[in-house]
Design a protein around this ligand. Structure first.
Ligand code: ZN
Length: 229
């Protein structure tokens, strides 16, 4: 990705993107644990307080490994999907055991019990980071709604609706990154989605009226996080 300079209002720059408290660290959006190696260059970074920064990492590890295992279909095959997830699972027996026990169903048609609360924590964090970076209008508070589902579980109408993202008919703040993306169309597939890692991580920020962020991880999990206007 190209690191996009930020010419927007700098008043909020020292505040944590997630809680609004004093920022002591910087955090990648998305965190590298949610991506595969080699990592894209110039990942966006946002300010974060230490407490927030640390509070998300176990949940992000969980989600990264869960998605990789589900895509692999089996814990022992996960390295084929993500070497990083395989390493985490090798060195974190508790997480390995937790994900192993989440599996049920027939060997060729496994079901996975997902800890949705943890998925929501990560989705909210991702959305807050994307909003902070793209439109410089921090949402350091609870969203009004959170939704997540596997793309394959959506019926075709829902899937179409999820994939169809439209540019709002209001203009973003002059100088904001989303405005610059409109002008340069880099990192964009031309359909409104911004691709961080091809085939693995894409997102869209809708800033007209309600602020809504859509995220797709591993081309498997879709999420929508919304703050009402
Ligand atoms: Zn914080």
């Amino acid at each position: 990705m190209r690191q996009i300079p930020d010419y927007s209002d700098r008043r909020s720059k020292s505040r944590c993107a997630y809680c609004g408290g004093a920022a002591e660290t910087r955090d990648h959006v998305p965190s590298r644990v949610l991506l595969n190696e080699p990592f894209p260059e110039n990942l966006p970074v946002v300010p974060a307080c230490r407490a927030c920064n640390e509070s998300f990492s176990l949940h992000e590890q969980y989600l990264a490994c869960l998605v990789a295992v589900v895509l692999a279909g089996d814990l022992d095959a996960v390295a084929a999907v993500s070497a990083k997830a395989a390493r985490i699972l090798d060195t974190t027996p508790a997480l390995r055991a937790k994900i192993a026990s989440a599996r049920s169903g027939a060997p060729d048609r496994p079901h996975w019990a997902v800890e949705l609360e943890r998925v929501y924590i990560v989705l909210r964090k991702l959305a807050q980071g994307h909003i902070y970076y793209e439109i410089a209008e921090p949402r350091a508070f609870e969203p009004d709604s959170l939704w997540a589902a596997p793309l394959v579980a959506m019926d075709s109408a829902s899937r179409e609706q999820f994939e169809r993202v439209e540019s709002p008919n209001v203009w973003p703040e002059v100088g904001s990154r989303v405005m610059q993306r409109l002008l340069t169309s880099e990192d964009s597939r031309g359909d409104g989605w911004i691709v961080v890692q091809d085939g693995w991580y894409r997102f869209h920020v809708d800033w007209g009226g309600d602020i809504e962020v859509r995220v797709v991880l591993g081309e498997y999990l879709g999420g929508i996080v919304r703050w009402d206007a």
